[in-house]
Each structure stands twice: as C-alpha cells, then as structure tokens.
Design a protein around this ligand. Structure first.
Ligand code: CP
Ligand code: NVA
Length: 307
C-alpha cells in the first residue's frame, strides 16, 4: 500500500486539510505549560534529513514527536552516504527499514518526490524550492485562531513569488479564502501554476502592486526576499524594495488585519521592526503553531488523527 505522504497541499483533499487543522487546534487547546504528553506515537521513530539549515522545522518536529511519545533521529545529507553519492532511492529504501516516517528538507522537489516513491513509510516535505506545506498549515491555523473561519477571508502575499507563496496558492484550491499575490513581474509565480490553481477552484489574483493587493485584506504575508538557494540577492533587493511591509502598507489592510511571516525575517528589509513587533504581528504565534501543526501532520500520515 502507498504510504500517506505529505509532499504538497495541492494533492491533499479538503477533508484531510480540515482534519489536520482541526487536530492542530485541538492539540494546542489541550496544552498549557508544561504541555501534556501522550503516547500516541510510542514506538514510532521520525528520521529528519536536512540538506539546508532550519530552526523552526527542526525543533518543532523534534519536540512534536517526543511530546507524542515517539523518537527522532536527525542528520544532514552531508553526514550521510548521500553526501558521497548514494542515491535518494536507495536511501529511501534503507531508512524505510528503520523508521516509521521521514521528514526531509531539500531544495530539489523532484528529488523529494523520487525519494517518496521509493519509501515504504510516509514522507513529509520540510521545504523544497517548490513548496513548504507544513508552514502553511501553521499559517492557516494562526489565521483561524486570530480571525475565525478562513472562508471569505482575503490573504495578501507581498514580495517574492517563492515556495511559500506557491503553497498558499495550493491551499487556496481547497480552503475557500481569497488570495491576492503582489510580486515584481520578474519574480512572479509561474503563470501555468496560477492557471492550474484557478482551474482547481482557487480564488486568486496576481499583480505587481503591493498597495492594491493589501487594500482591505485580512492577512498580510511577507517572506525573505532571497530564499535558500537564491544567489542573486542584490538584484532581488532592488526589485523587491517597493514590496516592503511597513506601517504605511499595513494601514491599507482591513481593520484588525494580521501580519504573518514564516521566519526567519530579515528585519527592515521585507518587513520593518515596527510591523514585526507591532500589535498586528502574529509571527511568534505562527512559529509556535508549527509545533501543533507538526503534531497533527505526523498523526495524519501515521493514521492516528483523533487518537
Ligand atoms: N519557517 C521555517 O521553516 O523556518 P526554519 O527554516 O527555521 O525551519
Ligand atoms: N522562502 C524561504 C522560507 C524559509 C523558511 C526559503 O525557502 O528560504
């Protein structure tokens, strides 16, 4: 039987996304400090492979797995025989003999898909150049806890048409919110990806005007101007300067609008200190929600939702 992978949001069902979000809220609501532990994943081990740096993804998955009673192993590709040329396909088959679930951060999305095709256990995407599905579960959870149901809300993406933007586009197919994307034309999401999302039900507009995208929006989202693997930082800084999220831009959003950023932030580049640290910022709740979201995703792929 094919394992239940979590590689992107477009291929999830709306019902599964709803169930993951509901579980994440339920787990958060049940946990003060110290958070209660459960044994629902006792006997299960998560392997985490990082080909790129991480703070949130690494720590939140590790804590999530342990609070659910499971174990973790973390390694970088360079520490493994992957770094000496062992194939992803062989690595997937070997790890499947040891662990119950694998989370991978690697830029090459096709490589991740290939790994998953050869894995006998669920594989979770911990960020590729194509998308960052775990992040957007946490982001949508944050929107729901701050503003209530997603349906009818408007989310404005401002900046680079990157992996995180693409994941909002994937989610917009399924969850009933409107997405407005403002990017420089040179950094826009691929037109075919936008067309495909629209055909699959996403309510999305794309343009180059940040003020227009943010006008009346309930949520304003920014991300780094250069993602991991991008090498044209100077060019990007020039192209993206008009897309900085600052007080003037936030003033155009709806009253009560919130600001999200997956972090790490480059303060006073894509977002000013005043917005990051201001009353509309939900970025540290968003970071915390990675933990609750990871628990829900782990339970989902291991068939333990609701347990
Ligand atoms: N937002 C996010 O994925 O952060 P890390 O790169 O620190 O994991
Ligand atoms: N878009 C960023 C997200 C980091 C969590 C990157 O890919 O580097």
């Amino acid at each position: 039987m094919t394992p239940k992978h979590f590689l992107d949001l477009a291929s999830q069902t709306p019902a599964d996304l709803r169930a993951i979000l509901d579980e994440a809220h339920r787990l958060k609501a049940g946990g003060g400090r110290p958070r209660p532990r459960s044994a629902v994943l006792a006997g299960c081990t998560l392997a985490m492979l990082f080909e790129r740096p991480s703070t949130r993804t690494r720590f939140s998955f590790d804590v999530a797995m342990k609070e659910l009673g499971g174990d973790t192993i973390v390694a970088s590709g360079a520490e493994m025989q992957l770094g000496r040329g062992e194939t992803l396909a062989d690595t997937a088959q070997v790890l499947s003999r040891y662990v119950d679930v694998v989370m991978i951060r690697m830029l090459d999305h096709d490589g991740l898909v290939g790994f998953a095709e050869h894995a006998a256990v669920p594989v979770i995407n911990g960020l590729t150049r194509r998308c960052h599905p775990c992040q957007i579960i946490a982001d949508l959870m944050t929107v729901e806890e701050r503003l209530g149901p997603l349906a009818g809300r408007t989310i404005a993406w401002v900046g680079d048409g990157n992996n995180v933007a693409a994941t909002f586009l994937d989610a917009a197919r399924h969850l009933g919110f409107s997405l407005r994307i403002a990017t420089p034309s040179a950094l826009a999401l691929p037109a075919d990806a936008v067309a495909e999302a629209r055909a699959a039900g996403a309510d999305v507009s794309v343009g180059e005007d940040a003020h227009q995208a943010v006008a009346g929006a309930d949520v304003v989202v920014a991300d780094a101007w250069a993602s991991m693997g991008d090498e044209d930082e100077d060019r990007r800084r020039t192209l993206l300067a008009p897309f900085q999220v600052n007080d003037a831009l936030m003033a155009r959003a709806a009253p009560g609008a919130i600001f999200l950023h997956c972090l790490p932030a480059h303060r006073n580049e894509e977002v000013t200190d005043s917005v990051m640290d201001g009353p509309q910022s939900a970025v540290f709740d968003e970071a915390e929600n990675r933990l609750h979201a990871q628990k829900a995703i782990l339970k989902h792929v291991l068939g333990k939702l609701g347990e």
